[in-house]
Design a protein around this ligand. Sequence first.
Ligand code: NDP
Ligand code: 2IT
Length: 444
Amino acid sequence: MTYVEKVLKNLKEQNPDEPEFYQAATEILTTLEPVLEKHPEYENQSLLERFVEPERVIMFRVPWVDDKGKVRVNKGYRVQFNSAIGPYKGGLRFHPSVNLSIIKFLGLEQILKNSLTGLPIGGGKGGSNFDPKGKSDREIMAFCQSFMTELFRHIGADTDVPAGDIGVGAREIGYLFGQYKRIRDEHVGVLTGRGLSYGGSLARKEATGFGLVYITEEALKTRGDSFNGKTVVISGSGNVAIYACQKAQSLGAKVVAMYDSNGYVYDPDGIKLDIIKDIKEVKRGRIKEYVDRVKGATYTEGCSGIWTVPCDIALPCATQNEIDEKSAEILVKNGVKYVAEGANMPSTLEAIKVFQDSGVVFLPAKAANAGGVATSALEMAQSSGRLFWSFEEVDAKLKNIMINIYHNIEMAAKNYGYDGNYVMGANIAGFIKVADAMMAHGIV
Ligand code: NDP
Ligand code: 2IT
């Protein structure tokens, strides 16, 4: 049994109810064999065993009162996974599916993603099984205040800096920040994705989606191609999906389908993004309303059918495991050439294999969606310096970071003999920096 196999076996035995965490660990660790061969000291120092064990897991009760006066109780989580290269950094997810396995998979991914940005940020993730759908603003506020009333003692601008993820956007960050400031009496950069009036960064809202398109554009460019005239399918219609759509359209692509958790819309003339924004960002409604407003568009109940829509480029931007082996096979059969992951772990291990075996250019999440957290780190830099950069300055830095990530993962894959395998490249390039820092710190 190899070192990696031993660590994975032990991980499964020790964490039997954590399939998503095991999936993410398998994807990462199985690609690190060539690095471990070069560095036998890693096994001697049990580096992988330490890498897959979070530095700290915080779980807490979140009681709040709904509009009917009923007391409700949710679970709160913050996994402070790895601080070797900087303070813990990563989003908060509010979704009924949230459990420890999901937060740990997201935290593990975040360590390597944050390393790939080239910026000094460690890995963490948190959230709750709270469902923001259908809640009033007052209920959202009550929940966020209760959540922060416990979380505040574990975070800090130089310790752990949360941000948004599924179900956590500008509104939630505002309520969370307000409560932190009230309890600590500190106006500091303890959360990112803040509003522009209280320390947020221009272009953070757009950053993940824009960054996803920038890295895909670089992959196209190195192959003498571009987004212009390409047919694109984007899953989701939240923060990442909307701004990926906006940037892809601005580069001349035709985005023909998007979805929310109920079903997908297909618009052969190209999605009208202002209508999607009005439905999802302004009215917090359902995507099926699109077909009442746009002639020629169709709505299909259920999500997975979106992958039967033929496209050149697929950008999964909703959630984990939304593309399984069967969907991947259909995408390939219909001629997809590029798959870039805006969501975290949207492709199953089997789906990734289908893409790679078929010669699809596959850009994995930890590289492709790193623009969000990279811009969060730029927000932290602006907070520390008590200054603001223009939209153009932040956007230019973001683009540069994404182009650098592309070339770093490309080079790492090539150097280790896996040309074009960006899963290998991203994991190896991300891991080397973290491993180096962990070794320098001794047994901690
Ligand atoms: P949002 O909450 O803004 O949007 C999520 C979108 O995905 C919505 O359209 C939602 O549908 C849909 N969705 C969520 N869960 C499911 C599900 N279980 N099945 C089907 N559809 C689902 O979140 P974000 O756009 O911020 O996040 C999307 C993905 O991108 C996540 O994987 C997140 O981890 C990742 N990500 C986010 C970053 C960020 O900066 N925000 C940075 C990097 C990655 P509905 O409207 O019906 O709920
Ligand atoms: O998955 C992610 O990278 C995020 N949700 C963004 C994290 C952040 O700290 O900006």
